[in-house]
Design a protein around this ligand. Structure first.
Ligand code: 13P
Length: 251
């Protein structure tokens, strides 16, 4: 372990769920009674909710967003910049979620990461293979190509500001979870890749999250794996009893 303590990391990805008027009450319910756990809890809410969630800080909950634009400003109707997110009190932004990769070009992902970091945000970077690659045992090759492409030009000094989430596409919202062993194997490969590219200290400090049908009932066994430092949670992050159970499993 490096010099700093590496806190376990639980991130909620609300995707396009809930209403702004319900957001604060939901966030409080999701974390009720768990403010003192020794974990980092981040809620990545839709853009429209962020301003209303600003007071989460007082409860020790960190605010995050689900994407940012690849330019810092300009004539991009309907888009949101990293600077805007930072100004609203966000500390994290998800980049490269598979549900966004379908809509964005691959070339834009490194630019989004750079914009986020330049604006003072930290990044939850998502990677993960489609089912076909898993079936033919090419899941690591697929993830490696995403990592190599998206981090090709990232400055080494920026790497500590990044958390990597491994989210196999076939496990997202399907109820199918990668087994703890499958996730561990992938996380170990990702850490090794980080070591080769950025050095052993950064690799050891790197938080690698698993995402894909995480629930309270499967989080204990995920939390027991050596290279699983936390989770990125979709559906279960909208259900207080589930999300609290997940935080407890990683505490
Ligand atoms: P589910 O937890 O709903 O499978 O979603 C995972 C995810 O995409 C989190 O970013």
């Amino acid at each position: 372990m490096g010099s700093q303590e590496k806190k376990r990391f639980i991130a909620a990805n609300w995707k396009m769920h809930s209403k702004p008027s319900e957001a604060l009450a939901l966030a409080f319910e999701l974390t009720d009674g768990l403010e003192d756990t020794n974990t980092e809890v981040v809620i990545c809410a839709p853009f429209t909710h962020l301003d209303r969630l600003n007071s989460l800080k007082s409860k020790g909950i960190i605010l995050g967003a689900q994407n940012c634009h690849f330019a810092d400003k300009g004539a991009y109707t309907g888009e949101i910049s990293a600077t805007m997110l930072s100004d609203l009190g966000c500390q994290y932004v998800i980049i490269g979620h598979s549900e966004r990769r379908n809509l964005d070009t691959a070339e834009s992902i490194p630019l989004r990461i750079e914009q986020a970091i330049a604006a003072g945000l930290k990044v939850i970077f998502c990677c993960g293979e489609p089912l076909h690659y898993r079936k033919v045992h090419q899941e690591w090759e697929f993830v490696l190509s995403q990592l190599n492409h998206d981090f090709d030009k990232i400055e080494a000094s920026h790497f500590p500001k990044i958390v990597i989430a491994y989210e196999p596409i076939w496990a997202i919202g399907t109820g199918l979870t990668a087994s703890p062993q499958q996730a561990q194997e992938m996380h170990k490969n990702i850490r090794k890749w980080a070591e080769n590219k950025f050095g052993i200290l950064d690799a050891m400090q790197l938080r690698i999250l698993y995402g894909g049908s995480v629930k309270a009932s499967n989080s204990m066994e995920l939390a027991a794996m050596h290279d699983i430092d936390g989770v990125l949670v979709g559906g279960a992050s909208l259900i207080p009893i589930e999300f609290r159970g997940i935080i407890r499993a990683f505490s």
